[in-house]
Design a protein around this ligand. Structure first.
Ligand code: XMP
Length: 513
């Protein structure tokens, strides 16, 4: 957390808009943080923000339960930009009129400028396409304000009070469908607020390295590597800060994707010279999984075994006081803008029990995923690792319906490797949220050569998503599907059929178990 005057605070009114705005501000190289709308004014001011953005929200300013901000915020001398709901809110709180005009706008609409505004400095005079989503409209500006734009459904689509440096826009500059939306945000940041674009990947790394050194001093630090992006970037950052004081632990559960363990070895031991403990614990994991078919019991067995193995290794690292965790900013906000202490550990098999006496080092706590990837690239981690699709903590076990045995994990790993290879070859890997194979517990009849076969079907699952909360099945090209199917059946013993999962989430989940 930083509190320099170059920080922009994005006030959250409970929708998804705040995160997107915060990310766009950071893309302009200005540090931004999301705060709840009811954060007391004194705390807002204590952070000495260079500017404040009031985000959109799903409500109407006239609903009895509509979230407000302390009106003292308008007199603090800090530049303010209200977006959508945020614009209506400031118009209402400062004495203007917002009304339900009956002509809301949803989606693309045309914005016509009716006056000069510093926010439109980059725009040509012609009307622009912008994206809106509102039922209410500002119909009368507050005293001291001028209206500077209109649209078919919004008589006041932009307004400002130059003296107090308070601006409002009815449209959403943060979405890609708004022409030059990013420039509107940048004009607010650089010209109205006067903040500097200093939030670069190099500065993120430098600030993290300094913070890690201050936090841990000369103590020993442990980090569990999962093979995924977050733990890898966190480890690389901590290693840059404290070198040999860091010990990384990679627990090979036998449930990793093909080549994953080798890549962790190659990257961390050979390239970064990290002190790496590689625990080959597959037998132990398959031991506790023998005969288990219930998904929750599988997850629990894996989680508990992981903790036990980790504790044993930790016990051997003398004086280890700190534990690195790859917590990201969205996790902090999700549980955090309400209750900062309650960090989400949902779905995290590396989530270690609270009674393990470690203090946490969380170097990614203020970063969005795209920033984590950029930092990883800057630190020299291989592309393959930095752009990895998310992978569940319990690994392939949540993609094996029925019993998890070494043989069945082997079949799935081989099929999964083919899925990933073909998806990569088709240039689709980065645009898919996840793409993988699932192994079923039934067997079906087939025929190969002259013989009838009785073997497992593999299901191909590929989804697009922004955050895993909702997902759609990916429309993979037929020729890619054809190659997947024929390669899996020809190359993977024990599989004689390939099916495609065409279920979105909801109602389905991404994983099968
Ligand atoms: P679902 O299957 O719930 O998955 O749609 C949402 C996201 O979470 C991942 N996932 C898991 N991650 N342990 C994890 O660490 C788990 O048990 C687990 N189950 C699902 C999944 O890969 C997807 O990205």
């Amino acid at each position: 957390m930083r509190d320099t005057p170059d920080t922009i605070l994005v006030v959250d009114f409970g929708a998804q808009y705040a995160q997107l705005i915060a990310r766009r501000v950071r893309e302009a190289r200005v540090y931004s943080e999301i705060v709840p709308h009811d954060l007391p004014l004194a705390e807002v001011l204590a952070r000495r923000p260079g500017g404040i953005i009031l985000s959109g929200g799903p409500q109407s300013v006239y609903a009895g339960w509509a979230p407000l901000v302390d009106p003292g915020i308008y007199d603090a001398g800090i530049p303010i930009l209200g977006i959508c709901y945020g614009a209506q809110l400031l118009a209402m709180q400062l004495g203007g009129t917002v009304a339900h005009t009956g002509s809301g706008e949803y989606g693309r609409t045309v914005l016509t400028r009716t006056g000069a505004s510093p926010l439109f400095a980059d725009w040509a005079p012609a009307p622009s396409d912008v994206w809106m989503s509102h039922a209410d409209s500002i119909v009368e500006v507050p005293p001291g304000f001028v209206a500077t734009a209109e649209s078919p459904g919004a008589p006041v689509a932009a307004l400002h009070d130059a003296e107090r440096r308070i601006h409002g826009v009815q449209f959403h500059p943060e979405v890609a469908h708004t022409d030059r939306g990013q420039q509107v945000l940048e004009r607010f940041l650089f010209d109205v607020c006067g903040v500097s674009p200093t939030w670069t990947h190099t500065s993120i790394i430098e600030a993290s390295v300094a913070a890690i050194r201050t936090q841990v001093g000369a103590a020993r630090v442990l980090c569990a590597l999962s093979g995924g992006v977050d733990s890898a970037v966190a480890a690389a950052l901590v290693h840059k800060a404290i070198g040999d004081q860091l010990t990384c632990v990679f627990v090979d559960t036998g449930l990793m994707r093909s080549g994953e363990a080798e890549q962790v070895e190659e990257t961390f031991r050979k390239q970064f010279h990290v002190d790496l403990v590689h625990v080959k614990a597959a037998d132990r994991f398959f031991g506790v999984l023998a005969g288990v078919t219930d998904p929750e019991r599988k997850r629990k067995a894996i989680g508990e075994t992981f903790i036990r193995v980790f504790e044993e290794v930790a016990g051997d690292v003398e004086g280890a006081r700190f534990l690195v965790q790859g917590t990201l900013y969205p996790d902090v906000i999700e549980s955090g803008t309400r209750d900062a202490a309650n960090i989400k550990c949902h779905h995290n098999v590396g989530g270690l029990p609270e009674d393990m006496a470690f203090e946490l080092v969380e170097p990614l706590r203020s970063l969005f995923k795209d920033e984590v990837r950029a930092v990883g690239e800057e630190l020299g981690l291989p592309d393959d690792l930095v752009w990895r699709q998310p992978f569940p903590g319990p690994g392939l076990a949540v993609r094996i319906v029925g019993e998890v045995t070494p043989e069945r994990a082997g079949i799935l790993r081989a099929a999964d490797a083919i899925v990933l290879e073909e998806i990569r070859r088709a240039g689709l890997y980065r645009e898919l949220w996840q793409s993988f194979a699932v192994l079923l517990a039934v067997r079906t009849v087939g025929v190969m050569g002259d013989e009838r076969t009785y073997a497992y079907p593999v299901v191909v699952r590929a989804v697009t998503s922004d955050d895993a909360m909702t997902a759609d099945w990916a429309r993979l090209p037929y020729d890619v599907l054809e190659r997947l199917s024929s390669r899996i059946i020809n190359e993977v013993d024990g599989v004689n059929r390939v099916a495609l999962d065409i279920t979105s989430k909801p109602p389905g989940t991404i994983e099968w178990e």
